[in-house]
Design a binder for this molecule. Structure first.
Ligand code: PMP
Length: 454
């Protein structure tokens, strides 16, 4: 069953017209943003299927309200930053206490929460020396410096079309050459990316080995499942093969769990029994307050701390003034102890399974050539079947009009998906009724796309 493109264009145009009609205050906010670069506080917010972004009024749990008073079931959840739900009560209380009552968010002094959070992350992810940043991007950047310092090798290996934040080294993709190339659109790259990086496709052990065998790779940084180019799951044996090859070639393995944290309390690392040397994470663990973190093995930590040639204390390139601040850590302690618990993950995962079944039923009934994948609390559909196996295949399945149509159709009826994905994330207070509403609307949208049965 293929999609009739002119029907799709008509449907998208009429949904966009309805979006413009429904959202005059959001439009006004956008038009008033004359001193903002791109009319938004951050240029990514221009990724708006309706033509302009919805302005935020307030948010609570699994709900957001826009400036025109519409209520939404939020499956975007800040693209994982709000996986704990918006402003969960234990985090609000911890933040109010730390910032309001006790003060000192930027005092540059350690608090008792830091060791608690580090110990919790150690027991969840299996690596035992932790340090904090304000974003996952920075955790990744600092780790890349550390792995080069440890190994004395210059390059980092990434998967093609991975995303690890705005990290210079990671903006590399496979092309016809052995070395790969800059990711299209790479803004002002400091040096040609092939000087700092190597690249292999996800699920391709043979290609990976050829790259690692060059002997210049300090570390492989990966998500155990790709989550930023659709959701691409590892094939059986792939992750074992990655660990075996990285060990064989003396390459450190870094798991970026920022999104794959959806797999459970200890992310995919714990859910799948993985043994990385280093884990990085961010977003969700702060319950909405900025934080990032990286954990390294005690052996690596000790060897770094023993090095007199590395400036880990001042201007050596690792760290930040507000990193590890008291407020972030108070929020993370509340989030990990009271919100993103094992119980919450089992409920969230059950909801994502219902979501997946609902979408799959419509795919099966209508015969559209799409697929859906699930990783714990998140699920994502892709306009390809069978599901893409790697980043390049997934890029080929991208369909801007189709994605925009589904996003605007859902938004016009009170459901938000993640702007950069067809991704839905469950939080601890998402309900079965929320999922059922998506299932119903998704079926309605696909029925409109395929038209009446002939
Ligand atoms: N790692 C992964 C896997 C991500 O998906 C992202 C952001 N989407 C990041 C790191 C960077 O997170 P942030 O933008 O909060 O720094």
């Amino acid at each position: 069953m293929s999609i009739d493109r002119s029907r799709l264009r008509d449907l998208l145009a009429s949904e966009r017209a309805e979006y413009a009609r429904r959202n005059p205050r959001s439009r006004e906010l956008y038009d008033a943003g004359e001193h903002l670069f791109g009319r938004v506080p951050m240029t990514w917010m221009n990724k708006a299927a309706g033509g302009f972004p919805l302005g935020l009024d307030r948010a609570d749990g699994a709900r957001v309200w826009d400036l025109d008073g519409h209520e939404y079931i939020d499956f975007c959840l800040g693209d994982t930053g709000a996986m704990a739900g918006h402003s969960p009560a234990p985090v609000v209380a911890a933040v109010a206490k730390r910032f309001g009552e006790l003060g000192g968010a930027t005092a540059m002094m350690p608090t008792q929460d830091a060791e608690w959070v580090a110990a919790e992350l150690s027991s969840r992810f299996g690596v035992d020396r932790w340090s904090f940043s304000l974003t996952a991007t920075d955790a990744n950047r600092w780790v890349l410096r550390l792995v080069r310092a440890i190994t004395g090798r210059p390059k980092i290996l990434f998967h093609s079309y991975c995303y690890h934040g705005s990290v210079d080294e990671s903006l590399i993709v496979c092309d016809d050459s052995f070395d790969g190339a800059d990711r299209p659109g790479n803004v002002g790259a400091p040096v040609e990316v092939t000087r700092t990086s190597r690249v292999a496709e996800f699920n391709d052990l043979e290609g990976l080995e050829k790259q690692l065998a060059q002997g210049d790779v300090a570390a492989m940084m990966m998500e155990p499942a790709l989550t930023n180019i659709g959701l691409i799951l590892p094939e059986p044996g792939y992750l074992d093969g990655v660990r075996e090859l990285t060990e064989r070639y003396g390459v450190l393995l870094v798991n970026d769990e920022t999104h794959t944290f959806s797999a459970g309390v200890g992310g995919a690392t714990r859910a799948w029994g993985l043994k990385p040397d280093i884990v990085t994470i961010g977003k969700a663990i702060g319950g909405g307050i900025p934080i990032g973190a990286y954990g390294i093995s005690s052996a690596l930590a000790e060897s770094l701390l023993a090095r007199s040639d590395l400036d880990l204390i001042d201007m050596g390139g690792v760290g930040g003034t507000l990193a590890g601040n008291a407020l972030s850590l108070a929020a993370a302690r509340a989030t990990l102890s009271e919100v993103l618990t094992a119980d919450a993950f089992s409920r969230m995962t059950a909801l994502a399974s219902s979501f997946t079944r609902g979408v799959q039923d419509t795919i099966d009934r209508t015969g559209v050539p799409w697929s859906i994948a699930q990783l714990g609390a998140r699920a994502e559909y892709r306009f390809a079947s069978p599901a893409p196996r790697n980043g390049s295949e997934s890029v080929d399945a991208y369909d801007a009009d189709l994605e925009d149509f589904l996003h605007v159709f859902l938004a016009n009826r009170g459901v938000l998906m993640t702007p950069f994905h067809n991704m839905a994330l469950m939080c601890p207070v998402t309900t079965e009724a929320d999922v059922a509403r998506h299932t119903e609307l998704f079926a309605e949208a696909v029925d409109l796309l395929v038209g009446p049965a002939s």
